[in-house]
Design a protein around this ligand. Sequence first.
Ligand code: ATP
Ligand code: MG
Length: 237
Amino acid sequence: MLLLGDDELIAEGVRRDVFRYPGNSDLLVKVLKRTFIEKRNGQGAPWYNFKRLRHRYFRNLRRPHFDMYVSEIREQLAFAEAGLRHPHYLQRIVGFEETNKGLGLTVQAIKGRDGDLAPTVGALARAGTFDLPLRKMLDEFLDELLRSPITISDLNIDNIVLGYSEELGDYYVVIDGYGTRTLLPVERISERARRSAKQRQFTNFRRQLANPPPPAALRAKESGAFTEGKAATAHFE
Ligand SMILES: Nc1ncnc2c1ncn2[C@@H]1O[C@H](COP(=O)(O)OP(=O)(O)OP(=O)(O)O)[C@@H](O)[C@H]1O
Ligand SMILES: [Mg+2]
């Protein structure tokens, strides 16, 4: 089992903690937060106090919290199925890892120009360093996303990072917010629905870029959403 401690924690989203992979700087491990699992399927869920609903929900409708991994993996596999190489603009999932914090999703770490973890577009925009060349590159990147078969569900400014490699130079990568999250995934069936959903996401993305809000994880923290409740899942210990 992979042992992850606070020293390995390098970033935090609303739903996941991101750790460096011990002994391999090219990888990261993403682990679902307990608070997220709790909110989705445990005592924090809105229906939890309605006993009958709870019973039915658990029996029929429960949304497994790992299903977001399934939708991310499905997007990745679509390229292999079409006989295509993995595109550089999409985070590459490498596998799963059992960790002391729960099941981890292992992904390729995207590095920035300084060799450290790549900055998010949000971090660059907040620091005022999102300059004209980066904006131009972003237009091309969004165009590429529009033509790509991937489905986008949450294109916020902290879900895109600016990577750098000798081969590609600067390049943007979608590290989260792709794959379908709805029960009826129209976007997976209809190319037109997929494109118009993407256009909506792009508008929102550009709005965020013009006036960057604080990272969602920080907002959630400040509102107390990360305060540990009674853990519904004991298997983490
Ligand atoms: N492959 C990657 N390479 C570099 N940095 C990454 C990578 N994946 C995640 N990160 C960093 O970790 C942060 C959180 O990751 P991620 O967006 O996957 O978490 P999340 O909890 O699912 O996000 P959300 O807040 O949207 O729910 C990102 O904003 C980014 O800074
Ligand atoms: Mg995210």
